[in-house]
Design a protein around this ligand. Structure first.
Ligand code: NCD
Length: 307
């Protein structure tokens, strides 16, 4: 179903495909945890091109490829590749396409993943394109929701923080709509979810509420997805200073929130979740980061046709 496909955005997925990816990830998780050596991608090469900072996404992709028996070639820093000499993205991709069987790329420009896919014969996975999309993060978010809540749909989720620049919420919104969850968007006025995305989600049948009142939102939410204010996307540092600490989730707020609320965050966190929340049992963000390996194993194996 997914063999040979590019993974560029979350609007592209059907429920059937999501279920296939979730089930494949669960199977890999079980096998890895039982100590099995898995070799589905033996003999294949995965290119990991990161032209923007990353810890979790790059390392979990590379871990996933290694755990499948593939070899990894990587650019971990734009300064160390020929991009720094002025090479176009199209030319870099045409070159790497001759080396690797799958290309994973993070790049600061919106739409860069599509450019990469247009210039590669092998499948391209978007590991974050500017303020655009981050589909593999949304897949691991959904896998985490399935594990933490036992269901994919019928819940209320609050998206909190920088909804304008945060690519993770742009991506997850489509899965929440597809799985029929209600969404509440909470952000400062200047960091609202782009109207184009909100309208697109509504046209897909999503129920969405927008507010600045975080306590009210949390009192009716089964989950809250907290995001970092994306400092690197601000042209004016003063604008960042104005909004950076506007919403901070702490233990006292959890007490007033809906009982059993699940707290998600793609990480890295700066100060938007106080560390006193970390030992709350519904704080799922580090478990969420670990889930990335199994989701990325599933994706790599499925699109390379190794399963
Ligand atoms: C996110 C990203 O890069 O968009 N990080 C991640 O991949 N887990 C979120 C962020 O940087 O705030």
């Amino acid at each position: 179903m997914l063999k040979g496909k590019d993974i560029l955005n979350t609007a592209q997925f059907s429920l059937q495909e999501l279920n296939l990816i979730m089930n494949t990830a669960a199977n890999f998780e079980k096998r890895v945890k039982s100590g099995e050596i898995i070799r589905n991608m033996e003999g294949q090469v995965v290119a990991s091109l990161f032209f923007e900072p990353s810890t979790r996404t790059r390392l979990s992709f590379e871990t996933a490829a290694n755990r499948l028996g593939a070899r990894v070639i990587s650019v971990a820093d734009a300064k160390s590749s020929s991009a720094a000499k002025g090479e176009s993205l199209a030319d870099t991709i045409r070159t790497v396409d001759g080396y690797a069987d799958v290309i994973v790329m993070r790049h600061p420009m919106n739409g860069s993943a599509q450019i990469a896919a247009d210039n590669a014969s092998h499948p391209v996975i978007n590991a974050g394109d500017g303020t655009g999309q981050h589909p593999t993060q949304a897949l691991l978010d959904l896998y985490t929701i399935r594990k933490e809540r036992g269901v994919l749909g019928g819940q209320t989720i609050t998206f909190l923080g920088d909804l304008k620049n945060g690519r993770t919420v742009h991506s997850l919104g489509y899965f929440m709509a597809l799985c029929k969850n209600k969404m509440i968007f909470v952000s400062p006025k200047s960091l609202k979810m782009p109207a184009k995305i909100t309208e697109d989600l509504r046209s897909r049948g999503a129920e969405i509420e927008e507010t600045e009142d975080v306590e009210k939102a949390l009192s009716v939410s089964d989950m809250v997805y907290v995001t970092r204010v994306q400092r690197e996307r601000f042209e004016d540092p003063e604008e960042y200073e104005k909004v950076k600490g506007v919403y901070v989730i702490n233990r006292a707020m959890i007490k007033k929130a809906k009982k059993g609320i699940t707290i998600l965050h793609p990480l890295p966190r700066v100060d938007e979740i106080a560390t006193d929340v970390d030992n709350y049992e519904g704080a799922a963000y580090f478990r969420q980061a670990h889930n990335g390996v199994y989701i990325r194993m599933a994706l790599l194996a499925l699109i390379s046709g190794s399963i």
